[in-house]
Design a binder for this molecule. Structure first.
Ligand SMILES: Cc1ncc(COP(=O)(O)O)c(C=O)c1O
Length: 264
């Protein structure tokens, strides 16, 4: 392939127009995003406005006059379209690891008599560390990590919750969320999905998959219960252990510093 071939491909690339939306140093081709994409020009302008006007001038009034108090749900609503959820089902909170801890703890509390958290050995390392820590805190609870190929067969009547990352961070292998969720439900287990490498990258149908709980990096969402679909903040705080019934919740972290861009 020659440089002219590449330029010809660029000329018909439907995504080429978006290059100008980002503020990248001249000459830089940025392929190593590692959780830090280049800033969108609109995001930089918005950040400057939030800092100078909303924080600097409006001060504490910003919770009301600039809608800070509703930002988690407002931003979450914009994220919903990326993950196959309804706008009122998604919110932004904390970090991925903190959310994983809270949701896994909530899932365990919904599954009395079950003591296993099931995951795959190749799951994202911090996800496994968080689950190990949770298991160590709760007497009798055990984290069982198995090879991905062996995982469906490892779901048994002691599994309270299966915790997986839909798209693998290293191999890009993708779980069939609907099939795995159905297999878990058949054994009475809940499923908690980490969508860090899915949201915005692949079309994810969270509601269609029947998943119970999910979270993702850099954006945040939660949903529960699927049947009634109200927002259920209680699953994310201490009262989570009091929540009963077939609750479903999804959550992601709060790396967004301002409103997320409008989702397509
Ligand atoms: C799949 C996955 N899960 C969890 C995390 C941890 O995120 P955080 O550091 O925000 O807790 C990451 C971070 O890259 C990730 O890629």
């Amino acid at each position: 392939m020659t440089r002219d071939d590449a330029l010809a491909l660029d000329a018909v690339d439907p995504l080429a127009q978006f290059r100008d939306a980002f503020d990248l140093p001249k000459g830089v081709i940025y392929l190593d995003g590692n959780s830090l994409g280049p800033p969108a020009k609109t995001a930089l302008a918005r950040l400057a406005d939030v800092g100078a006007r909303e924080w600097g001038q409006d001060l504490i009034r910003s919770w009301n006059v600039n809608g800070w108090i509703d930002a988690p749900l407002r931003v979450g609503g914009k994220i919903a379209g990326l993950i196959g959820a309804q706008p009122n089902e998604v919110t932004v909170a904390d970090s991925t690891s903190v959310n994983l801890f809270k949701l896994a703890a909530g899932a365990l509390s919904l599954q009395p008599g079950r003591a296993t958290i099931l995951s795959e050995t190749g799951n994202f390392p911090t996800d496994l560390y968080v689950l190990q820590g949770l298991a160590a805190l709760l007497p009798g609870v055990e984290l069982k990590a198995v090879d991905a190929d062996d995982l469906p067969a490892a779901i048994d009547e002691d599994v309270a919750v299966v915790v997986l990352t839909e798209v693998h961070y290293k191999s890009a292998r993708r779980w069939d969320m609907a099939a795995l969720t159905a297999a878990a439900h058949a054994k009475g287990a809940l499923v908690l999905w980490d969508l860090s490498h899915s949201a915005g990258a692949v079309a994810t149908d969270l509601n269609g998959s029947g998943a119970d709980l999910a979270e993702e990096e850099q954006r945040g969402f939660r949903q529960c219960p699927a049947d009634a679909a109200p927002v259920c903040p209680e699953l994310l705080d201490d009262r989570a252990i009091e929540v009963g019934g077939p609750t479903r919740s999804r959550v992601t972290d709060a790396h967004d510093s301002a409103d997320a861009p409008t989702t397509p």
